[in-house]
Write a protein of this length. Structure first.
Length: 186
Protein backbone atom coordinates (compact mmCIF):
# COMPACT_ATOMS: atom_id res chain seq x y z
CA UNK A 1 0.00 0.00 0.00
CA UNK A 2 1.01 3.59 -0.54
CA UNK A 3 0.47 5.39 2.78
CA UNK A 4 0.68 9.14 3.39
CA UNK A 5 1.58 9.90 7.02
CA UNK A 6 0.99 13.51 8.06
CA UNK A 7 2.90 14.44 11.21
CA UNK A 8 5.47 11.74 10.50
CA UNK A 9 8.19 13.50 12.48
CA UNK A 10 6.18 13.61 15.71
CA UNK A 11 6.23 11.09 18.54
CA UNK A 12 3.53 8.85 17.04
CA UNK A 13 4.56 9.48 13.44
CA UNK A 14 8.17 8.35 13.88
CA UNK A 15 7.01 5.11 15.48
CA UNK A 16 4.47 4.47 12.71
CA UNK A 17 6.98 5.08 9.93
CA UNK A 18 9.41 2.60 11.49
CA UNK A 19 6.67 0.04 12.00
CA UNK A 20 5.14 0.31 8.53
CA UNK A 21 8.00 1.05 6.14
CA UNK A 22 9.03 -2.61 5.68
CA UNK A 23 5.64 -3.62 4.23
CA UNK A 24 4.34 -0.38 2.72
CA UNK A 25 5.47 2.57 0.64
CA UNK A 26 5.47 5.52 3.04
CA UNK A 27 5.22 9.18 2.04
CA UNK A 28 5.91 11.52 4.96
CA UNK A 29 4.44 14.98 5.35
CA UNK A 30 4.79 17.70 7.95
CA UNK A 31 4.88 21.42 8.58
CA UNK A 32 8.67 21.64 8.39
CA UNK A 33 9.96 18.12 7.64
CA UNK A 34 9.02 15.21 5.42
CA UNK A 35 8.83 14.26 1.78
CA UNK A 36 6.13 16.92 1.40
CA UNK A 37 5.55 20.09 3.40
CA UNK A 38 1.96 20.69 4.50
CA UNK A 39 0.15 22.93 6.96
CA UNK A 40 -3.08 21.07 7.66
CA UNK A 41 -4.67 24.23 9.09
CA UNK A 42 -4.65 25.60 5.51
CA UNK A 43 -7.08 24.19 2.91
CA UNK A 44 -4.79 25.45 0.14
CA UNK A 45 -1.81 23.61 1.61
CA UNK A 46 -3.87 20.40 1.86
CA UNK A 47 -4.94 20.73 -1.79
CA UNK A 48 -1.35 21.35 -2.84
CA UNK A 49 -0.23 18.23 -0.97
CA UNK A 50 -2.85 16.01 -2.61
CA UNK A 51 -1.96 17.43 -6.03
CA UNK A 52 1.68 16.41 -5.42
CA UNK A 53 1.00 12.93 -4.04
CA UNK A 54 -0.95 10.61 -6.30
CA UNK A 55 -2.30 7.09 -6.04
CA UNK A 56 -2.66 7.12 -2.23
CA UNK A 57 -4.24 4.05 -0.62
CA UNK A 58 -4.24 5.36 2.94
CA UNK A 59 -3.91 8.76 4.59
CA UNK A 60 -2.93 8.80 8.27
CA UNK A 61 -2.94 12.04 10.27
CA UNK A 62 -1.01 12.17 13.53
CA UNK A 63 -0.74 15.97 13.54
CA UNK A 64 -2.73 18.67 15.26
CA UNK A 65 -2.24 20.96 18.23
CA UNK A 66 -4.62 21.69 21.11
CA UNK A 67 -4.45 23.74 24.30
CA UNK A 68 -3.64 22.26 27.71
CA UNK A 69 -4.48 24.38 30.72
CA UNK A 70 -6.96 24.99 33.51
CA UNK A 71 -10.58 25.93 32.94
CA UNK A 72 -9.82 29.37 34.43
CA UNK A 73 -7.07 29.96 31.85
CA UNK A 74 -9.32 28.98 28.94
CA UNK A 75 -10.75 31.53 26.53
CA UNK A 76 -12.05 31.47 22.97
CA UNK A 77 -8.59 31.97 21.47
CA UNK A 78 -7.15 29.00 23.39
CA UNK A 79 -10.16 26.81 22.55
CA UNK A 80 -9.71 27.67 18.89
CA UNK A 81 -6.15 26.25 18.91
CA UNK A 82 -7.51 22.70 19.05
CA UNK A 83 -10.67 23.44 17.09
CA UNK A 84 -8.72 24.92 14.15
CA UNK A 85 -5.46 22.93 14.26
CA UNK A 86 -6.76 19.50 15.23
CA UNK A 87 -10.51 19.18 14.61
CA UNK A 88 -11.14 21.37 11.55
CA UNK A 89 -7.71 20.59 10.09
CA UNK A 90 -8.34 16.82 10.14
CA UNK A 91 -11.90 17.29 8.89
CA UNK A 92 -10.61 19.37 5.97
CA UNK A 93 -8.00 16.71 5.26
CA UNK A 94 -10.83 14.22 4.70
CA UNK A 95 -13.22 16.62 2.94
CA UNK A 96 -10.53 17.55 0.43
CA UNK A 97 -8.64 14.25 0.37
CA UNK A 98 -11.68 12.07 -0.38
CA UNK A 99 -11.53 13.48 -3.90
CA UNK A 100 -7.92 12.30 -4.34
CA UNK A 101 -7.52 9.05 -2.40
CA UNK A 102 -7.93 5.74 -4.24
CA UNK A 103 -11.23 3.84 -4.30
CA UNK A 104 -11.51 1.69 -1.16
CA UNK A 105 -8.78 3.78 0.46
CA UNK A 106 -8.75 4.78 4.11
CA UNK A 107 -8.39 7.82 6.33
CA UNK A 108 -7.06 7.40 9.84
CA UNK A 109 -7.40 10.44 12.08
CA UNK A 110 -5.93 10.81 15.55
CA UNK A 111 -7.86 12.01 18.56
CA UNK A 112 -6.87 10.95 22.07
CA UNK A 113 -8.14 9.63 25.38
CA UNK A 114 -9.11 13.14 26.52
CA UNK A 115 -11.97 13.02 24.00
CA UNK A 116 -14.00 10.71 26.21
CA UNK A 117 -11.97 10.39 29.43
CA UNK A 118 -10.73 13.93 30.14
CA UNK A 119 -8.55 14.85 33.05
CA UNK A 120 -7.84 18.11 34.85
CA UNK A 121 -6.49 20.89 32.59
CA UNK A 122 -7.81 19.11 29.49
CA UNK A 123 -10.95 20.98 28.40
CA UNK A 124 -9.21 22.27 25.23
CA UNK A 125 -7.99 18.76 24.36
CA UNK A 126 -11.35 17.19 25.22
CA UNK A 127 -13.24 19.43 22.78
CA UNK A 128 -10.79 18.86 19.92
CA UNK A 129 -10.46 15.10 20.47
CA UNK A 130 -14.18 14.57 21.02
CA UNK A 131 -14.88 16.50 17.82
CA UNK A 132 -12.44 14.36 15.83
CA UNK A 133 -14.15 11.23 17.18
CA UNK A 134 -17.61 12.53 16.29
CA UNK A 135 -16.46 13.54 12.81
CA UNK A 136 -15.09 10.04 12.10
CA UNK A 137 -18.26 8.36 13.40
CA UNK A 138 -20.55 10.53 11.28
CA UNK A 139 -18.36 10.75 8.15
CA UNK A 140 -18.05 6.96 8.10
CA UNK A 141 -21.75 6.81 7.21
CA UNK A 142 -21.24 8.85 4.04
CA UNK A 143 -17.78 8.16 2.64
CA UNK A 144 -17.83 7.63 -1.15
CA UNK A 145 -16.27 4.91 -3.32
CA UNK A 146 -15.74 2.42 -0.51
CA UNK A 147 -13.39 4.75 1.38
CA UNK A 148 -13.23 4.15 5.14
CA UNK A 149 -12.52 6.55 7.98
CA UNK A 150 -11.67 5.90 11.63
CA UNK A 151 -10.19 7.79 14.55
CA UNK A 152 -7.41 6.25 16.60
CA UNK A 153 -7.62 7.37 20.21
CA UNK A 154 -4.44 6.54 22.11
CA UNK A 155 -3.92 7.02 25.83
CA UNK A 156 -0.62 8.58 26.92
CA UNK A 157 1.62 7.68 23.99
CA UNK A 158 4.78 7.18 26.05
CA UNK A 159 2.99 4.35 27.91
CA UNK A 160 2.00 2.48 24.73
CA UNK A 161 4.23 -0.22 23.26
CA UNK A 162 5.25 0.14 19.61
CA UNK A 163 3.33 -3.06 18.82
CA UNK A 164 0.06 -1.85 20.37
CA UNK A 165 0.40 1.58 18.74
CA UNK A 166 1.13 0.19 15.27
CA UNK A 167 -1.61 -2.46 15.54
CA UNK A 168 -4.15 0.21 16.48
CA UNK A 169 -3.35 2.19 13.35
CA UNK A 170 -3.15 -0.94 11.18
CA UNK A 171 -6.69 -1.87 12.21
CA UNK A 172 -7.83 1.28 10.42
CA UNK A 173 -5.32 1.22 7.55
CA UNK A 174 -5.54 -2.44 6.52
CA UNK A 175 -8.85 -3.56 7.99
CA UNK A 176 -12.49 -3.09 7.03
CA UNK A 177 -13.24 -0.99 10.09
CA UNK A 178 -15.23 2.13 9.25
CA UNK A 179 -16.66 4.93 11.35
CA UNK A 180 -15.11 3.68 14.56
CA UNK A 181 -12.97 5.01 17.39
CA UNK A 182 -10.05 2.65 17.88
CA UNK A 183 -8.95 2.99 21.49
CA UNK A 184 -5.40 2.06 22.45
CA UNK A 185 -4.45 1.24 26.06
CA UNK A 186 -7.28 2.94 27.94
Amino acid sequence: MKILIIGANGEIGKRLVLGLEDKHEIITAGRSTGDIKVDISSKESIKDMFNLVTNIDACVCVAGDSYTGSLDSLDEEKLNVGIKNKLVAQANLVLIGKNYINDKGSFTLTSGKMGDKPGVNAVGKAIANGGVNSFALAAGLEMPRGITINAVSPSKVSNISDEDLINGYLKSIEGNTNGEIIKINY
